[in-house]
Design a protein around this ligand. Structure first.
Ligand code: SF4
Ligand code: SF4
Length: 338
């Protein structure tokens, strides 16, 4: 059975975008250089910001992101520095191209996971979203990582374009010896928000599709021994709504110094924290914190503002269900036979 894992006050997460440059141009990319900057952070700055974060959140989980973080020539030094600072776990998110021979410059003791992104179980599905050749290169990268002793996780971002392909993933994950599978839901931000409201709506997955496909695929992956997580998205009337912005500590850091607590705010100048040189400071209102404080019948305030098409209403105007915080996950542990 899936288990909803409540936000933990003891498991802070630092999502650190060390650059926004990327070799791919995925159709759903959430990176927005106008809001996030286009600079590459120097190693000195990365280390200084990592120190600030670990002082603020001892034992936090750290995820290196981009753009494509392996395009940063000093990523290996950043990993080494972080591994000596006391982060609870370290993950590198990659599209699989693994630039600068990153796997030869770090060790499996320094990182907990190399996390690969794939949006289809075959090249036709994946490459339609992520670009020609990206499926093959990602599979090759996973083989290289596993051969060198790294644990590998995989993220699949579900949209109307690729939800059918999801059912073929459990077999592929098992063949690739993936350790942890994350199913994501497409969010209308970055490029997905810019294509116009009609086209944006057409890539979203309906509630019926989500409920009929996602939990089954997660169970199938678990049956093959793979820990799986997926966003809860829809809350039943008796389930409690919580905003991670109020009850958890997540930091989404971008190269221009902006620090968001909510990923759905990232297309807007709503960040509640900012790095000013090497100090982290609160921004002036109005910012995302003011939105977290609002209590609405639909659940997540930012969802209602940026992607209201996923909410259904009764004739009397009340919502049929609440939308959960996008950071709330269902976890399915591996199913052990016997
Ligand atoms: S690999 Fe990631 S950062 Fe690069 S274009 Fe695709 S979604 Fe964006
Ligand atoms: S996604 Fe919604 S509920 Fe979650 S932190 Fe953002 S505003 Fe709060």
């Amino acid at each position: 059975m899936p288990q909803t894992v409540a936000f933990s006050r003891n498991a802070d997460n630092v999502f650190f975008h060390i650059l926004t440059q990327c070799n791919l141009s995925c159709s759903h990319c959430y990176i927005n250089p106008a809001q996030h900057g286009s600079q590459r952070l120097s190693l000195d700055r990365i280390v200084a910001w990592l120190q600030v974060c670990i002082r603020r959140s001892p034992g936090a989980n750290l995820i290196f992101l981009g753009g494509e973080p392996t395009l940063h020539p000093e990523l290996s030094q950043a990993v080494k520095a972080a591994s000596e600072m006391g982060y609870g776990s370290i993950t590198i998110d990659t599209n699989g191209y693994l630039f600068h021979n990153i796997l030869d410059r770090i060790t499996p003791h320094q990182v907990n996971y190399i996390s690969f992104s794939l949006d289809g179980a075959d090249a036709a599905t994946n490459d339609a979203i992520r670009g020609a050749g990206s499926f093959e290169r990602c599979i090759q990268g996973i083989h290289e990582a596993k051969a060198k002793g790294f644990a590998a996780s995989l993220i699949y971002t579900v949209s109307a374009q690729n939800i059918r392909g999801l059912t073929a993933m459990p077999d592929l994950l098992a063949n690739l010896k993936i350790d942890h599978f994350f199913i994501q839901v497409i969010g209308l931000r970055g490029k997905s928000a810019k294509i116009g409201s009609e086209a944006s709506a057409s890539i979203c997955v309906s509630r019926d599709q989500w409920i009929s496909v996602i939990p089954t695929v997660a169970r199938e992956a678990a049956r093959r021994g793979i820990r799986t997580a997926y966003p809860k998205v829809y809350l039943k009337p008796d389930e409690n709504f919580e905003c991670a912005g109020k009850v958890a500590n997540n930091y989404f850091i971008f190269p221009n110094g902006r620090v968001y607590r909510c990923p759905l705010c990232e297309d807007y100048s709503l960040h509640s924290l900012v790095f000013d040189n090497n100090e982290i400071k609160a921004t002036a209102p109005i910012n995302e914190q003011d939105l977290f404080a609002l209590d609405i019948a639909e659940g997540c305030v930012m969802n209602k503002l940026v992607q209201p098409q996923n909410i259904d209403y009764f004739k009397n105007g009340s919502p049929k269900f609440k939308i959960a915080c996008c950071l709330l996950k269902e976890h399915v542990e591996p199913i052990v036979a016997g």
